[in-house]
Design a protein around this ligand. Structure first.
Ligand code: SF4
Length: 422
C-alpha cells in the first residue's frame, strides 16, 4: 500500500457562471454577477421624505463600503424626494448607485414621477406585492416598461413574508392532486422560485434584457435559505442577490447571516449580498455593511480593510492591555480606510497581528505583515514587533499602543504610499 501522504488541497469559493448586470450612476458602473466581485449592498432606515437625513445615511453607508444602497420609495412624496437625495449625494461626491424599493404602488410612482425613475439606478420589484388578479400582470408590466425606458436593471425580489398568495394557493392545489404530495415546505420553496423565475421570464418577454435582471428569494431560516438558493442557482443564470431576510438583532443576526451566506458563497451562489440586521438601539446602520464586508473578507472573496488577527486571551494574559490595543488598532484602521483606499492602493490586503503572550505571539506575528506580541502575565514587560516576518524592534513602557500605531502608519506609508509605488 502506498502510504505517501497526499498534499491537502486548499479550498476556495467556487465561481458560478451568471449573467452580468450593470448598475450605473454617472461615470460609476457597478457590475453584478458575470465574474464581478461579490458586491456589498445595504438599505437605509430613514424616512425617504427626509431627503437630507436620508442622503446623510446613504453617505455613511457608502463610506463604510456599501457599493449599492437601497431606499424605500413608498409614497409620491418619497418618490419626489429621490431626485433631491441624488442631487445632494452628487454634491457631496458620493456616486453610489441608488436602488428604489417598491411595493404596491411602484407602477404608479415610476410612471408619474419620471425624475424618480431617472435618478434611481435600479428598481426592486416584489412580484408578491404588485397587485392582485388581472391587475398583477399589468402593473408588473408598467414597472418593467419603466426600467426599459430608463435603461435600469431590476431585481425581482421574492420574500416568503409577501409571497404571491394566488401562486402559492394554485401550487398547493396542484400538490394535493399529486399521488404522493410534497410536504408544505417543499411547496413553499417551489413557489418562491417559481414566482421569481416566471416573473423574470415575463420581464424578458416585455423586453428587459436577461442580463439586467437579478433575482432574490429571501427567507429567514438558514437551512431554508440554503435549500432555496441552491435550487435557484441550478435553474437560472440570472445574477443573484443573496441575503437572509429579517436576520434579527446583534449576535443572532450576525451569526445567522454569516452561517447562511458563508455556505452559499463558498458554492459560488450570490453575486451581491445584504445583511438584514436589526440595529440595536443606538447602533449605527453601517454595522450591516461591516458584517457583509467581513463575511466576504473572511471567505477570501474580497478585501476591504486590513485584517487584525488577535488571540482570544486566556489565563496567561490577565491584563486588558492587548484587548485595548486590538480594539484601538482595529478602530484606527477602519476609520482611516475612506482616505487610505485612494492614497494607499492594496492596503486593504494588509495583515496585522496583536497577540497576548509568547505562546503564539511571535509565531502569529511573523505570519502577519506587522505584528506585536504583548507580554503575558509574569513575562518581561517588553513587546517585540515583527515586520514582514522579521523581529524589528521591542517596545517598552507606557506608550506601547501609540508606538505600535506609529509603526503601523510608517509601514503603510513605506509599503503602499506614493514613494513605494513610484
Ligand atoms: S497567545 Fe497567549 S494569551 Fe493569547 S490565547 Fe494564546 S496562550 Fe493565551
Amino acid at each position: 500500500m502506498d502510504d505517501q501522504p497526499i498534499p491537502i488541497e486548499p479550498v476556495a469559493p467556487v465561481q458560478r457562471d451568471t449573467l452580468q448586470a450593470q448598475v450605473r450612476w454617472g461615470e460609476r458602473v457597478v457590475t453584478v454577477g458575470g465574474g464581478a466581485p461579490v458586491r456589498v449592498q445595504s438599505m437605509t432606515n430613514t424616512d425617504t421624505v427626509d431627503a437630507i437625513g436620508t442622503a446623510i445615511q446613504i453617505k455613511e453607508l457608502a463610506l463604510a463600503g456599501s457599493e449599492l444602497v437601497r431606499l424605500t420609495v413608498n409614497t409620491p412624496e418619497a418618490a419626489a424626494a429621490v431626485p433631491y437625495i441624488r442631487e445632494q449625494l452628487d454634491r457631496m461626491g458620493i456616486d453610489v448607485p441608488l436602488i428604489g424599493d417598491f411595493h404596491y404602488n411602484g407602477h404608479r410612482l415610476l410612471t408619474e414621477v419620471p425624475a424618480c425613475a431617472e435618478a434611481l439606478s435600479k428598481y426592486r420589484i416584489n412580484p408578491g406585492n404588485v397587485g392582485k388578479g388581472d391587475k398583477r400582470d399589468k402593473q408588473f408590466g408598467q414597472m418593467v416598461e419603466a426600467a426599459i425606458r430608463w435603461n435600469k436593471p431590476v431585481r425581482i425580489g421574492v420574500n416568503w413574508g409577501s409571497l404571491d398568495q394566488e401562486l402559492l394557493a394554485g401550487m398547493m392545489d396542484e400538490n394535493s392532486r399529486r399521488r404522493t404530495p410534497w410536504d408544505a415546505k417543499s411547496v413553499m420553496y417551489e413557489a418562491l422560485i417559481t414566482s421569481a423565475i416566471e416573473s423574470a421570464r415575463r420581464a424578458e418577454d416585455i423586453g428587459l434584457p436577461a442580463h439586467q435582471i437579478l433575482l432574490s428569494c429571501k427567507v429567514s431560516g438558514v437551512q431554508d435559505l440554503i435549500s432555496v438558493y441552491r435550487a435557484l442557482a441550478q435553474r437560472c443564470k440570472y445574477a443573484l442577490h443573496l441575503g437572509l431576510t429579517e436576520a434579527g438583532m446583534g449576535t443572532k443576526g450576525t451569526v445567522a447571516s454569516a452561517a447562511a451566506l458563508g455556505i452559499l458563497l463558498q458554492d459560488g451562489i450570490g453575486d451581491t449580498i445584504r445583511v438584514s440586521l436589526t440595529p440595536q438601539p443606538g447602533e449605527a446602520r453601517t454595522q450591516e455593511v461591516v458584517i457583509a464586508s467581513e463575511i466576504l473578507q473572511s471567505l477570501g472573496l474580497r478585501s476591504f480593510v486590513p485584517s487584525v488577527t488577535a488571540c482570544p486571551g486566556c489565563g496567561r494574559t490577565t491584563s486588558t492591555t492587548f484587548q485595548e490595543l486590538t480594539k484601538e488598532i482595529d478602530d484606527f484602521l477602519r476609520a482611516q480606510m475612506p482616505v487610505w483606499r485612494a492614497r494607499y492602493p492594496g492596503v486593504e490586503k494588509m495583515k496585522v497581528a496583536v497577540m497576548g503572550c509568547i505562546v503564539n505571539g511571535p509565531g502569529e506575528s511573523k505570519h502577519a505583515d506587522i505584528g506585536i506580541s504583548l507580554p503575558g502575565t509574569g513575562e518581561a514587560p517588553a513587546a517585540p514587533v515583527y515586520i514582514d516576518g522579521e523581529k524589528s524592534v521591542t517596545l517598552r513602557g507606557d506608550n506601547i499602543a501609540q508606538d505600535f500605531r506609529a509603526l503601523v502608519e510608517n509601514y503603510i506609508e513605506k509599503r503602499f504610499g506614493a514613494a513605494a509605488t513610484a
